[in-house]
Design a protein around this ligand. Sequence first.
Ligand code: NOJ
Length: 736
Amino acid sequence: MKPIQNLFRICAVALFAVLFVGCAPKPNYSDNPEINRKVAELLSKMTLEEKIGQMNQYSGNEFTTGPQTDDTTVIKQIEKGQLGSMLNIVGAEKTRSYQEAALKSRLGIPLLFGLDVIHGFRTTFPIPLGEAASFDLAAIENGARCAAVEASAAGVHWTFAPMVDISRDARWGRVMEGAGEDPYYGALVAAARIKGFQGNDLEADNTIMACIKHFAAYGAPTAGIDYNTVDMSWGEFYNYYMPPYKAGAEAGVATFMNAFNDFNNVPCSGNTELVVDLLKGKWGFKGFVVSDWGSIGEMIPHGYAADKYDAAVKASSTSDMDMESRCYIEELANAVRDGKVKESVIDDAVARILTKKFEIGIFDDPFKYCNKEREDNLTLTAQTKNSARDMAKRSIVMLKNDNTLPLNKNIKSVAVIGALNDSKFDMKGNWAWPGDVESVVTVRKAFEDRGYKVNYAEGYSLETLKPTNVNEAIAAARNSDVVVVAIGERAMHSGEAYSKVELTISDEQQNLVAQLAKTGKPVITLVMGGRPLIFKEATENSGAVAMTWWLGSEAGNAICDVLFGDYNPSAKLPMTFPKRTGQSPICYNAKRSGRPSMLHYIDDDAKPAYAFGYGLSYSTFEIKDSKTSTQTIKGGEGVEVAFTLLNSGKVDGEEVVQVYVCDKVSSVTRPWKELKGYAKIELKAGQSSSSTIKLAPEAFGFYTNDGDFIYEKGEFDIFIGNSSDNLILVSTVTMK
Ligand code: NOJ
């Protein structure tokens, strides 16, 4: 080659390098340019194996939240830089010892410690479905805040919460972890929980990263069976399941978790339409995505991947971190060397993970969250317990009250019946492994603490829920002024993998209530469970019935607060309670059909036992003079609904005023009614006040099947009321 040609070649190569290599996209996942620079610098020093190590997460054996792998070499692997994160390692001292191992690796990259902090940490709050019943976003945010303060002091950087999966099927046991069936409200709760966990500053030592899970549509498994296939149209997904995930991304959640199920025929852990196109693409999500436990490897039994190598290849752009399937650590480097996965895909995932490690400040101080003194001082404090009690009383939904409640404080004795009424473990609820059992206040204990003579009888065995010594329970009732009986399911009967084919509380438990009623004493039934249950006979035999979910550390105190009227119940059901199991799935916002009057079964109608948004107060409220701010709008404009609320009862209380919208005719089928705004208003007895509920412009639009959000001209009915089945028409607004 002639020198001049040679020179030309060199210049061309240099120009190419400047244009393409020099301009290779730099990691840009933080708002802080300094962090982006540090991530790029660190990435440039890492070997392929070290990068893949960052994408690898194992579980410790403190809690078992998935199929545990017996691995005695974890510490050695950490020291070699083969792990980026651990879950289920808790406590300032324990996390410190693992972090020390990470610092011995060649580049000393600290570990992330993740944990399922679902409803509280050591102080346990009500299960999320119960909290959602409060319709009180400030209280929900505060619950997450308290959990973050306790967990961050115990070395936890990252919670796998909130679970925001919309579900209309109470057979699916994980409804307990979510906010119920409504997309609008679910989105608000998602944002509140993220704010509570993450605060305004991820770097603060009392905040933890949140994780929106499970992406996507995990709450709609066929036949309500956990892990089952999901079959859903995109239109259905965009309008009724997607909003809480999107709200989470918009609220700045640090991470997302893939779902176990498939979506549109592809397992979510390898679903590029969901993760690459929608989450990271359209929504511009800058955090990282962790798989669910083993879900990358589970693409093999799904029949979507041939082996671990294939699974690693297929998940590489959709799961940045592999929780426990070990596909990445075993196969991803080979796949890169074989040219099956581009190293730029690995760099992208690692950059996202490292960005979060920089943002929470563990490069500067790897031990900032492992602080024994903070752990001792900030855990189970009077403040966290007060918050838990406040949240718990706001979560109790009064379903029936024939003037039986509130109880007269002058009663002398109470028959506390039902083993669930005295089970600390159950009161805590599922998904509360770190919760302190000893300090849980049961219903029995709370009555005793208030100085009442408590005649306690188990009524049924906790192990089998079958009756034991019913005569003793009847005698206790006869000897008492009132009867408080707990029926339902055990805490561990809802949650992951706890799907049910029957939602009806057993005949034996319901008969127990009937027999107690025969004593002629006032019977108050507490329904305990993590999901909508069916309990018609028990209701008929009770003077009052309250849904008390699993209320956490302060359950008994909160229940007594409500039973004695120290707190006037204000919660509303965030999920429809069916009348018969065969009605599942069931929801208030079902789409319209061509034969509405024929939507029934030959052996029953299609009405629920209790509608979404239902819940009683000791007071009565009247909504008057409701009107909209306008009769006509354009696409992109909202509407205000003004009304006067009167507390027409004899006690102070709170009412959740709800506004629903019906898009009367549109180019796709739409529901009869959709919640689009609400206000929780506190009023003294006899007091009235004027308020306004703002309906955002989005209340009058919808997603097309292609995922575009559009507004269409036409009429919208606007309804107001205190339950989805107790509404009046405010006005019909026309979009021009
Ligand atoms: C599996 C569950 O589906 C997920 O929600 C949880 O975060 C992980 N296990 C880790 O415990």
